[in-house]
Design a protein. Structure first.
Lengths: 106, 106
DNA sequence: TTTCACTACTTTGCATAACAATATAGTTGA
DNA sequence: TCAACTATATTGTTATGCAAAGTAGTGAAA
């Protein structure tokens, strides 16, 4: 497993929630979006299991809608629990990234 | 599994390497050190498997030394491969923490 | 002197996650 | 017709955090 994959672990759920918080998106769009932000190598094989898991845990909810061009799309939005989870992740992230940042600088 | 544990995944190896880079430490000391830096809840049950794994992968090497007080201690230092691995992790960390930081801010 | 607390390392087992690989299917243009 | 792109879903592999339990040395309180 690559260093990048390893680092991505656990942060990915938060990233997905953060994107969905800002706008209603569908899976394929989301994977493209994360790649442009700097999280390359986040393929569909990674994104869809994350979305299914988040939905199963009631953090997001999906809704199928037809597309004018191409297959149907499943649009996701945050639930109330999802907003709260995102807040938790955000604060944990701040604490940990701060601590790790200091360690890495030396 | 807690959010914190999840976030810690994959970053922990880098943190351990970063501490060892600065000074030769033994496991128990390391776990205490990480806790004070802000990475609380990093217990021995977490640290020792990490150390064993890093040693197995030749990123660090350990040496048993007697202690004036208490059981013997195993002191670890980085190998050349460990230094290179730490450099890789450092640069990956910069990229990912930057991207995630932006996403989290919104 | 027994018992507790602290230091110190090791091993086992479980739940979870990234993601490659694979399957399925609609649309579009050459 | 066939390739390329869009779009979602599932399966299997591998690795990891860490709780838990075990072993063992030291020292102080009871």
């Amino acid at each position: 497993m690559s260093i990048r994959s390893q680092l991505l672990k656990g942060i990915l759920d938060g990233c997905v929630l953060a994107v969905i918080e800002k706008e209603v998106v569908y899976g394929y769009e989301l994977s493209k979006k994360l790649q442009t932000v700097g999280l390359a190598d986040v393929s569909e094989g990674t994104i869809y299991p994350v979305l299914l898991r988040l939905q199963k845990n009631n953090l997001i909810k999906g809704e199928m809608r037809p597309s004018e061009s191409g297959p149907n799309r499943k649009y996701y939005q945050l639930t109330q629990a999802g907003k709260e989870a995102l807040d938790d992740i955000r604060s944990e992230w701040l604490g940990i990234s701060d601590a790790v940042g200091k360690l890495m600088k030396g």
